[in-house]
Each structure stands twice: as C-alpha cells, then as structure tokens.
Design a protein around this ligand. Structure first.
Ligand code: R5P
Length: 304
C-alpha cells in the first residue's frame, strides 16, 4: 500500500511537494490545544497496514515534540507497519558535550527520545561537530541528506565567481563540499563565542581575488550573530558585500532584520524551515532519502 505522510507543524508546501515527488499519500491530522494547553491529536486518515511518515520542521522544537511523539504512538497503536520521521531541521544537535559540570547533553537525550518513537529518521545537514555521524547518538537508522548540491546549483545560477567563506571551523565541512561542487575557492574564518549574542570573528586577510563575490555559508542562523560578524569583518577588510547562505534559517527574534542591516548583498536559505529568505529547494534530497528509508523497511516487522 502507498505510504502515508502526515505533515505536523507547518511546512505544508514542502510536505505536499515531497508527496507528489515520491508518490506518497498525504494524510490528514487533526490537532488542537485544550483550553488548559494540553494537546488533542487525531490521525484522520486510517494507518493500519501502512508505512507512516511524520513530517515536522523542528525549529523552536519544545512545543512540537510532545504532539510529534503522540502522533507516532497513535500510528503504532493503530497498527501502522512502521513509523518514520522526516525532520528537515533536526534540533538539539549543538549541545554535544557538557562544557561545565552539571550541563544536560541535550543532543543525547533528544536522540534517545526520538529513537524510542520512530523506526527511522531523515534530516538535512544536522550539526555534526563532535559526533562523527548521527549513528553515534541515534539507535535507529538516521540518514543525513545534504543541501550542498542544491546550494552549489543555486550559486552557479545566481552568483558570479563565488568565493566561499566559512565563519568558523565547524563550517569547513559544508563550505568545502559546496565549493568543490560549485567549482569555487574557499577559506574558513575563526570564531569565538562568549554568549548567545556575543560572537567575535577573526582570521581575516582573506585572499579573495578581485572580481569575486564573497559568499558566507553556515549551517544554522540562530541569533544571527555569526553571519552578522562575518559580514562586518569582510566589510572592514574592504571586500565586496557578501552573499549569505544558510541551510537552516532559524533567525530568532529580529535576527534576520539585524543581518540585513549589516549589509549583505543577498541572503538565501534552504527551505528546511519556512522563511522569507528561502530560495534553495531541498525537496529532491529529502525525497531520495525517504524513498531509501521506506525501501529498507520492506518486509521488516512492526515494533512490538
Ligand atoms: C555553530 O557553530 C553553527 O555552525 C552556527 O554557526 C551557529 O549555530 C550560528 O548561531 P548564531 O546565528 O546564533 O550565531
């Protein structure tokens, strides 16, 4: 039977495109809050004997997680063959170590929670820093698709002679892959973070050839401070205003407006999180990963 995809938590356009591309049926879910704030949830499309995919953009995750777990459990109780999760943005990946005694390593707890409810997981460019792969913390098959291809394609179509700049050491993995695909050169800056909004970027004096367009690439824009400081540094050093590219445009509060004030030539993001800056479509990458995950489930018994 055709697998069913239930979109939870917005991103309906992306979910619908994914269904069309992969021949999935779009399921209907009813969800509301009781006056006291608790969740009511109903899978209005029958799931018995079918593979179920829950689709959720998990930016600002804390309010979204319980309804997601309720939906997964409801599908299992109603005899779904399996329950997978597509989370284009996978949250709680940045706290991958206790930096001071007593800190919760939320990435591990979150991974345990999701692994307990889902049979598989597909996401895009999770923030892998100290973990080599999602398998280090997820006990179910977890596929990390990449936005590098669509970003490189967007650069080829929209930016003349791009020179890619990563704002910190962690960004090297994305920047180098995209630069290779786009046939561009790249360099990586140095970042020191002393607080949520307190970011200093150094390591400038970049040898950006005349006539090139600097392109700052990062995986996440949260407070926006990293991109803002990178744009400022390039400006101080007399380079052309950079294009900023971000995979997951979380942009907390007025972060996007503050970034625009810093004067980038343009800001483009992938559509992993709905945002006005979305220019880069990652549906095909998600779709391929989902198709592989569903194929791998064929013949696998449902969890007891
Ligand atoms: C962290 O190292 C990530 O790669 C991003 O640079 C970071 O999450 C961006 O956060 P913010 O927008 O708050 O500077």
């Amino acid at each position: 039977m055709t697998p069913l995809l239930f979109p939870l938590h917005a991103a309906d356009a992306l979910a619908e495109r994914l269904c069309r591309q992969q021949g999935l049926e779009l399921g209907r879910v009813e969800q509301r809050r009781y006056p006291d704030g608790e969740t009511f949830l109903r899978l209005a499309t029958p799931v018995a004997g079918r593979q179920v995919v829950l689709f959720a953009t998990l930016d600002r995750p804390d309010d979204k997680i319980l309804p997601l777990l309720f939906a997964a459990d409801a599908a299992r109780q109603q005899d779904a063959l399996g329950v997978g999760l597509v989370a284009p943005y996978l949250p709680y990946m940045r706290q991958d170590k206790a930096f001071s005694p007593g800190e919760a390593v939320t990435s591990r707890t979150f991974a345990r929670l999701l692994s307990g409810s889902f049979d598989w997981l597909v996401t895009i460019d999770p923030h892998l820093h100290r973990y080599p792969s999602l398998d280090a913390i997820y006990s179910v098959p977890a596929v990390a698709a990449s936005a590098a291809g669509p970003i490189a394609e967007w650069l080829r179509a929209n930016v003349e002679r791009p020179f890619l700049v990563g704002p910190d050491a962690e960004s090297a993995q994305w920047v180098e892959r995209i630069a290779a695909l786009a046939g561009a050169r790249s360099a990586v800056l140095e970042k020191r973070r002393d607080g949520d909004f307190d970011v200093a970027i150094g390591g400038g004096n970049l040898a950006i050839p005349a006539g090139s367009t600097p392109v700052v690439v990062d995986d996440i824009a949260s407070s926006g401070s990293t991109l803002i400081e990178a744009v400022r540094l390039l400006g101080r050093e007399g380079h052309a205003a950079p294009v900023c590219i971000v995979v997951h445009p979380l942009f907390a509060g007025d972060a996007y407006e503050r970034l625009l004030e810093a004067g980038p030539a343009a800001v483009a993001s992938a559509n992993t999180v709905p945002h006005v800056s979305n220019r880069i479509d990652v549906t095909p990458e998600l779709g391929e990963a989902v198709a592989r995950a569903l194929a791998a489930r064929r013949g696998v018994r449902p969890r007891a």
